[in-house]
Design a protein around this ligand. Sequence first.
Ligand code: OKP
Ligand code: ZN
Length: 319
Amino acid sequence: MDIPIIYSPAHLRHSPQFEIFEGEKIPHAEKKERIEEIKKTLIQKGYKTFVSSKSFPITHITKIHQKSYIEFIRQKSNSLKDVNFELYPSYYSMDTYTPILRGTFDAAKQSVDVALTGASLIQKGKKIAYGLCRPPGHHADSNIMGGYCYFNNAAVAADYLSLHGRVAILDIDFHHGNGTQHIFYERSDVFYVSLHVDPTVKFPYISGFSDETGIGKGKGFTKNFPLPLGTAENTYYKTLKKAISHIKKFNPDYLVVSLGFDTFENDPIGGFKLSIPFYRTIGKEMSYLNTPTLLIQEGGYAVSSLGEMAHFILKGLSL
Ligand code: OKP
Ligand code: ZN
């Protein structure tokens, strides 16, 4: 119950109403209520240690993202007068799901601050910290936004921790973290391991296949476990155990978890069949690594169930 849960209210000002899917405007899945729901439920469950994010220098972000890309998001965001206007950028973008609004830069910057605040707590000796990051980050590459992501929160936090030890990133969002994978693809000090849906059938389509294992010095330090649409708990469990055994062999000093709840059976955009209590099992498997663990919120769109899943993950992890 004394697990620090890091939060910033800045995310509320990034609230896209629509995404463009095959030319049609549809309601945006990445709603601000997601994080508010998690926070509310964890308070109800008795968690007490809520921490406001601290502001970190932008230099932490420039180590991961191109300066011109960061400036592009800042200038586009700040140039918008109407808070409801949604700009679909034609540069630095991979899709039509990731608009820039007036509040986007501040929200995305503070989402990284949430992650870094968690990273600094872990680095100072906390065993577990949970960053309620929003917008999410794992699709964001050095100079590309997409999949509702602008800055790669997990990547910036992992890079920060890598100055103090070996870092493993376990990405259990339903979607492949193409941005995180690419950012660390040639590095051997940060091991990226991901379980996700087969990219031939779901976003981001371009990466997440099992033959992607890193290049150069990074060869062998990326590992992908694509799973078929409809994957249920037994298969997921076996695959998770395999993924975690690879992390154990890597022997990290820090574990960063890209935590998506879109693997839930009732997620509106997912397609796996995990029940709410199964998240306790996931948390427990992660706890066997016995490594300081930073949870970074990624996706998960079944808004009213997100708090329960968060609670079960924390329960499993701290048992
Ligand atoms: C972000 B994260 C459905 C098509 C849009 C984009 C998925 C982005 C997921 N309307 N798909 O990894 O949860
Ligand atoms: Zn996802």
